[in-house]
Each structure stands twice: as C-alpha cells, then as structure tokens.
Write a protein that binds this ligand. Structure first.
Ligand code: FPP
Length: 239
C-alpha cells in the first residue's frame, strides 16, 4: 500500500507567496517594489511548474483579509493584478496553460472581472498546466459559500440531507473539479495556513521555507519537490 501511495511528484502544488514586504524593507525599497518582484517570482515558478510537469499550481495572490491593508497598497495590488491579466495571459496561453481565478470576485472592479472572464475563456481548453490564482479567497468563505448553496438545494428539495457527504460537499467548493493540493509551500518562515484552502489541504504535505517570496526561484522550487519526494504519505492509513 505504501508504494502505491508514495508519489514522487506532487500533482498539485499550492503556494502561499509570503514575504514581499520584508524583502522590500531589506532592500531599502518601498513595499510595492516587493510586490513587483513577487510578481516576477510568480512568473518564474509558473515556468518551473511547467518544466517539472506539475499538473496544477495554485498561487495565493490576495486573501480576503488583505483588504485590511492600507488603501495605497490594496490599490497597487489591484493595479498589478490588472497589469498581469493584460500582459501575461497571452504568454500563458502560448504555453498551453489553463488559468482559473478562484475567490469572491464581487468586490473587484468590473474591469478586472471582465479581464478575468476573458482570460479564463481564452485558456479554458488548454491542456497543459492548470494555474489557479486565488484572489479575495478565504478557505472559510469557500466552505460557507458551499454550505449556503447546499442548504438552498436541500430547502428546495433538489438534494436530500443524507446525500450531503464529504464527496458531495467537495463538489460545491471552488476547485470542485480539481484534485486537492499534494504539497503546500509557504515562503518567508511563517508556519501557518492563513485561511488558504482549508478543506482542500486536509492531506497535503506542508513545506515551509525561510526564503522570502521574491527570492524563491526554480532551485528553491526544486528543493521543495525533492523534499516532497522523500515524504511518506499515509492519508490516515497505516505504515
Ligand atoms: C505577501 O507578501 C504577498 C501578497 C499579499 C501579495 C502577493 C502578490 C504577488 C506575489 C504579486 C502578484 C502575483 C500574482 C500571481 C497575481 P506580504 O506583503 O504579506 O509580505 P510581508 O509579510 O513581508 O509584509
């Protein structure tokens, strides 16, 4: 059983890209320069994931809690997101990447929503890397929106209560048709999940590195994959 379960390459890698602000401070630069460097790092790691034949890469770009940051920083992150949608999507399409944006888009501008829809429509038939960018995403939000939709279906008789189990619940979460992360990487030395994929990370291997996100490169990504290959996953079963 253990051989069957030990997969040397994670199918789905999820990353909490943390440390942009500290990187900027260390360099004596304003915070926005850290986010800009963070966006460059994201580009490099997308390429590394393609090169390593990872199936799914999820990047936590903006959490539900990030709205609490100073207005100037939130505005910069929105501008950066829009800029990336405008400039990077063609490139991703050429690389056969399918882009999916996960999160509560109701608070985003109509312009950003339109670009997201366009990018998803352009790339949805691509068969290469599935790239999930989580924006205004929160694991608790995801679970609540699933519960609300299920409750509505039970109330209207579309579902019965005994049909509601883990498998059905999973289908109402935002990544319903995507395998759950095998490996979670968090940079910058923090060792928390911070309301990222709470349900979906149930059996993920966790990997924490002190490297600040803008310095996280192909070599660091490979090191995380190597560490994953050494882990022995049991999914609650016996050795
Ligand atoms: C965490 O650093 C990073 C963010 C809140 C934003 C992440 C955004 C990017 C990496 C750029 C955009 C990328 C994509 C794919 C859209 P922090 O500001 O919390 O750093 P700190 O903890 O050192 O202050």
């Amino acid at each position: 059983m253990s051989d069957m379960l030990s997969q040397s390459l994670p199918k789905h890698v999820a990353i909490i890209m943390d440390g942009n602000g500290r990187w900027a401070r260390q360099q004596g630069k304003p915070r926005w320069r850290g986010h800009q460097a963070g966006a460059d790092a994201a580009g490099k790691i997308i390429q590394a994931a393609i090169d390593q034949h990872v199936d799914v890469l999820s990047l936590f770009a903006f959490s539900s809690e990030n709205w609490c940051r100073p207005e100037e920083e939130v505005n910069y992150l929105m501008k950066l997101l829009l800029h990336m949608l405008k400039t990077q999507v063609k490139e991703l399409h050429k690389k056969n990447v399918a882009l999916y944006v996960a999160g509560d888009l109701s608070q985003f501008s109509a312009q950003i929503c339109a670009h997201i829809k366009k990018a998803e429509a352009l790339t949805c038939a691509n068969t290469g890397l599935k790239l999930i960018v989580a924006v205004n995403y929160g694991g608790q939000w995801d679970i609540v929106q699933a519960a609300q939709r299920i409750a509505e279906q039970v109330a209207t008789g579309v579902l019965t209560l005994d049909q509601v189990d883990e498998k059905l619940f999973s289908q109402y979460l935002v990544l319903s048709n995507i395998s759950h992360p095998d490996l979670l990487i968090r940079t910058s030395g923090e060792q928390r999940i911070s309301n990222f994929f709470l349900w979906q990370l149930a059996y993920a291997e966790l990997y924490f590195t002190p490297i600040l996100w803008p310095d996280f490169d192909e070599k660091a990504f490979q090191k995380a994959l190597d560490e994953y290959a050494k882990r022995h996953r049991r999914f609650g079963g016996r050795m």
